[in-house]
Write a protein that binds this ligand. Structure first.
Ligand code: HEC
Length: 118
């Protein structure tokens, strides 16, 4: 085989490999509302002794402050019986938490579209 053909084939092969290696665009973005229901509502439904919290119970600043400063401290020792009795902050992954946070801030009481988590 001629050297130029070999090089061309090698280029083609690496091009194909590179294309295959690029991850497919992730499917639907995480649904903050569903995640809120799954990971927060169980402990903060109406009448809960832990306090009733759904997006419209706080204003945007309060949600931001909660996720920035309080969430970890207040939930690291709380075990989630619905998810293997592990600490809440270990049950909820960083991407899920971000989606829940976005949902809460977007639907806070002073947002354009205040909402419960359903
Ligand atoms: C396994 C039960 C449990 C789960 C799950 C849980 N929480 Fe809590 N949450 C608590 C308890 C208990 C407290 C009270 C902690 C304290 O006062 O020290 C609390 C406190 C809070 C507070 C008040 C914090 C403060 O001091 O101002 C907010 C807001 C809150 N939770 C929101 C959430 C959100 C949002 C989620 C989901 C990402 C969530 N919680 C998941 C049990 C839970």
């Amino acid at each position: 085989m001629k050297t130029s053909t070999t090089i061309a084939l090698a280029c083609l092969a690496s091009f194909v490999i590179l294309c295959l290696a690029v991850p497919a665009p992730s499917s639907a973005a995480l649904d903050g509302q569903e995640l809120y229901k799954e990971y927060c509502k169980g402990c903060h439904a109406s009448g809960s002794p832990n306090g009733e919290y759904t997006p419209l119970d706080l204003i945007q600043d309060q949600w931001t402050r909660f996720f920035d400063r309080k969430y970890e401290r207040t939930h690291k020792d709380v075990l989630d019986a619905s998810h293997g009795n592990r600490p809440v902050i270990e049950v909820i992954g960083p991407e899920e938490l971000q989606a829940i946070r976005d949902f809460a801030v977007e639907h806070a009481s002073d947002s354009e579209n205040p909402m419960t988590c359903g």
